[in-house]
Design a protein around this ligand. Structure first.
Ligand code: CA
Length: 307
């Protein structure tokens, strides 16, 4: 069976880290390129973390540093959730960023997509700045993109404020460009990701999986995210990867979705037309629920390969 070809655009980030480590071992997908973006922490840190995570997993993949700020907004970080490094108190050492800065991120995305024999799945799990730049500068890439599987937004509302989820709120103009690109979107927003919880009993198993297990334990236990219940982490970004390889474990609804980029209270809101009020054609498969036990089982089984 042919593996699905994907590009991961990320801002690691504790849940990005778990998503990358999972994706490296998912037998149904192949990562063609990883790009970084300013998001949870600044882009030097997110790039360092992406490189460090791939090195820890002994996974060879091209990594290119991306946008250092949103299109229009000033940068906004989430260090109070992910820690100053982006990975709790964990710090990757001896990471040489210079080789990852040589390539222009838009050029790297463009070439990877256009040179692929099969259509590519884009998986942006940070703010959508790189993706918007790509779509604006090279709209011809649309023909070779199967879908964009995002972590971001929330039909129910936001997590930074009432309306805005972090990845969308950081760069609402970029998110607007992406949702209106004509490419099918698969949206893992807060509607489902708030259910993608990791519990202490799951971490107890995962932490035994070699150096990777120890790393996951450390970044989860040292991140400053406020604890609201007995769960340890929302695995947000993992959902966007699994939505491509294992769509059968998710429940979704097709909707027209757009992004508010004006608004007094609602900048960064993803409006989903659940009632088809405007009879607009659905552009987004909004994931609403997941089979939690299968989700954790898949994650654990793949991470076990690091044992
Ligand atoms: Ca992320």
């Amino acid at each position: 069976m042919n593996k699905k070809k994907i590009i991961i655009d990320c801002d690691p980030g504790v849940d990005d880290a778990v998503a990358l480590l999972y994706a490296f071992k998912d037998p149904l997908i192949e990562i063609e390129l990883i790009t970084s973006v300013s998001g949870n922490v600044n882009v030097d840190k997110t790039t360092t973390n992406a490189i460090g995570i791939a090195r820890l997993a002994n996974h060879k993949v091209k990594i290119v540093k991306g946008a250092n700020r949103p299109l229009i907004n000033e940068p906004l970080f989430a260090e109070e959730i992910h820690g100053v490094s982006g990975l709790g108190t964990y710090q990757f050492k001896d990471v040489d960023l210079s080789v990852h800065e040589n390539d222009d991120v838009v050029k790297a995305l463009y070439e990877t997509i256009m040179n692929s024999k099969e259509k590519i799945y884009l998986v942006p799990i940070g703010p959508f700045t790189n993706i918007a730049k790509l779509l604006m500068l090279h709209p011809e890439v649309k023909e070779n993109i199967e879908a964009i599987s995002i972590m971001g937004g929330g039909i129910k509302g936001g997590n930074v404020n009432v309306a805005g989820e972090f990845n969308v709120l950081v760069d609402p103009e970029a998110a607007h460009v992406m949702f209106n690109s004509g490419i099918p979107i698969i949206m893992a927003g807060l509607d489902v990701t708030e259910k993608s919880l990791l519990y202490p009993k799951d971490l107890k198993i995962i932490q035994e999986f070699g150096e990777v297990g120890k790393f996951i334990k450390q970044i989860i236990e040292s991140n400053p995210r406020p604890k609201i219940d007995d769960s340890l982490l929302q695995l947000n970004d993992v959902v966007s990867i699994m939505a491509i390889s294992n769509p059968e474990i998710f429940t979704s609804k097709d909707m027209f979705v757009d992004v508010e980029y004006g608004g007094r209270f609602s900048r960064g809101w993803t409006l989903g037309d659940q009632r088809r009020a405007n009879y607009q054609v659905a552009n987004t498969k909004v994931i609403l629920d997941l089979d939690h036990s299968k989700f954790i089982e898949l994650l654990t089984e793949r991470l076990r390969e690091y044992e």
